[in-house]
Design a binder for this molecule. Structure first.
Ligand code: DC
Length: 485
């Protein structure tokens, strides 16, 4: 029943996951999760903390092509004795009794308290902890009002899905305009919720980013990574002890390709900056990101990271399969300053070495490498609710629906001059010029996603201008478009 937090004995071996965002319209995207469920063993209970589905508008959703496979895999789990406790999230709060009957899962609209050897742990989705986000709190209340809950399951699937996707687009857009603190989980809300339920631990999802903190009064607060992330599964034993781990669904890039809905990048607040090597894209992108309160994504760093690993492991940069294997296997993350980490190691300064710079063009040209890296870029954008991304194919391939696309150019002589000044090595001018021209040629003539001016991109010729002046031009365009709309 809504408004009542149930209490359950969790049992000896529970596994907690969250935020899978399965798109049931596409059987291929749900298959890996269904297989993961088929192989799930040594677990007595599976706890899913919301947003199992990217959109769930009512029982009719179960007729989508990919739904029967997931529902059957969930039902098979319960038949094997794995109890499923499901806390609906903000995307799938319309999961209802018919879903529970088909799968055997127990639904807990407002979360539940797990009883473990005298301890009490609170499990919720987590959206209710974003208490500063007044707009969202209001929307949530409306969506869960009696009239909507009555109406939603009765609307035809096509209409319901359209409305749900529209709402989702609007909310992502609204989210991008909010300050980070406004839209994030508030620690004070965590403490209040845990105390109200008389729990010493609160576990949730929703934020898509792992956290493990001790709060006021010793309350432990854990956020599970979105499914597919590095810390996306938490085990809970009979005593209520938590062990953080990985679901093991596959490599990061495999998970990204399968689990992330293809439309994810569309509605975001995205600013794409493309252009040739050494055009000053990253300096300008940082300035623009800073001015707009967005984060900056250096996509070149991701291809450099693959190249670094290839060189370190003795893989020839021209070996397409070898490089693609590396791109699929390594784990790329970004720290709070935006610097890349490769399998947990800082990528800087190794990814900027001359050896990496010399080898990165052929590595980034392999379609298998790009197929592994591009979904990660979309995930980063989705996670952060919008970004300023710079690279070669951002406006043309990665985010063709970006709100703003820029193409920064400069003559190769100017770019070589900037680079040697940056390094304070004027004697390397001729060599640098030659390398830049070579990279221009390679990046713009490769078959997969060549460097080009994306449709609708604003081209800025930057010869003789410093980064601030270029950023100012871009910001003026962005602001005037924003106020005009
Ligand atoms: O911007 P950069 O010099 O760090 O990029 C390194 C290489 O990565 C560059 O030669 C082309 C490639 N790259 C790409 O193919 N696509 C991107 N989106 C970004 C970079």
């Amino acid at each position: 029943m809504r408004g009542v937090t149930s209490e359950i004995e969790l049992g000896p071996r529970a596994l907690v996951i969250a935020d899978l965002h399965l798109d049931v319209a596409d059987p291929e995207r749900v298959e890996p999760f269904a297989r993961w469920l088929d192989q799930l063993g040594d677990v007595t209970r599976l706890v899913i903390l919301g947003d199992l589905f990217d959109v769930w508008v009512g029982p009719a959703q179960a007729r989508e092509k990919g739904a029967p496979r997931v529902l059957a895999a969930l039902a098979a789990c319960t038949q094997r004795g794995i109890g499923i406790e499901l806390v609906p999230g903000n995307r799938d709060f319309l999961l209802d009794r018919s879903f529970a009957e088909r799968t055997g899962a127990r639904l807990h609209a407002d979360g539940f308290v797990a009883l473990c050897d005298g301890r009490r742990l609170l499990f919720i989705h987590g959206d209710t902890l974003c208490t500063k986000d007044v707009g969202y709190v209001r929307l949530r209340r409306v969506l869960r009002s009696r009239p909507i809950l009555w109406l939603a399951p009765r609307v035809p699937l096509a209409l319901g899905s359209r409305v749900a996707r529209r709402l989702r687009r609007e909310s992502v857009r609204a989210l991008a305009a909010k300050l980070p603190d406004e839209k994030s989980i508030q620690r004070s809300a965590v403490v209040t919720a845990a105390r109200a339920a008389r729990c010493d631990t609160l576990v949730c999802g929703h934020a898509h980013e792992f956290r493990d903190e001790r709060l006021e009064g010793g309350i432990r607060f854990v956020v599970v990574d979105a499914f597919g992330g590095a810390r996306d599964a938490v085990k809970v034993d009979a005593k209520g002890e938590l062990t953080v781990g990985e679901s093991g669904i596959g490599t990061q890039s495999e998970r990204a390709q399968v689990l992330l809905p293809s439309a994810a990048s569309g509605p975001l607040r995205l600013i794409a900056i493309d252009g040739p090597a050494a055009a000053g894209k990253s300096t300008v992108a940082r300035l623009v990101a800073q001015a707009l309160g967005l984060t900056f994504l250096d996509t070149g760093a991701m291809y450099r990271a693959v190249t670094w690993m290839a060189l370190e492991r003795g893989v020839d940069p021209h070996d397409a399969d070898g490089c693609a294997r590396i791109a699929r296997a390594i784990k790329l993350t970004f720290d709070s300053t935006g610097a890349i980490r490769v399998d947990g190691r800082p990528g800087e300064p190794a990814i900027r070495s001359q050896a990496v710079t010399d080898a990165v063009s052929p590595v980034s040209a392999h379609p298998g490498v790009r197929a592994a890296i591009v979904p990660l870029q979309r995930i980063e954008a989705e996670k952060r609710g919008g970004i300023v991304a710079e690279g070669r194919d951002i406006g043309s391939v990665v985010f063709p629906g970006a709100g703003f696309k820029f193409y920064l150019d400069a003559s190769s002589a100017e770019r070589a001059r900037r680079r040697v000044n940056e390094l304070d090595q004027p004697e390397l001018y001729a060599e640098t010029l030659q390398k830049i021209q070579r990279r221009d040629h390679d990046d713009s003539t490769r078959k997969d996603s060549p460097l080009k001016i994306a449709d609708g991109a604003i081209v800025i010729q930057t010869d003789g201008m410093d980064a601030r002046a270029v950023a100012e031009i871009m910001l003026t365009r962005i602001r005037s478009a924003a106020t005009a709309s």
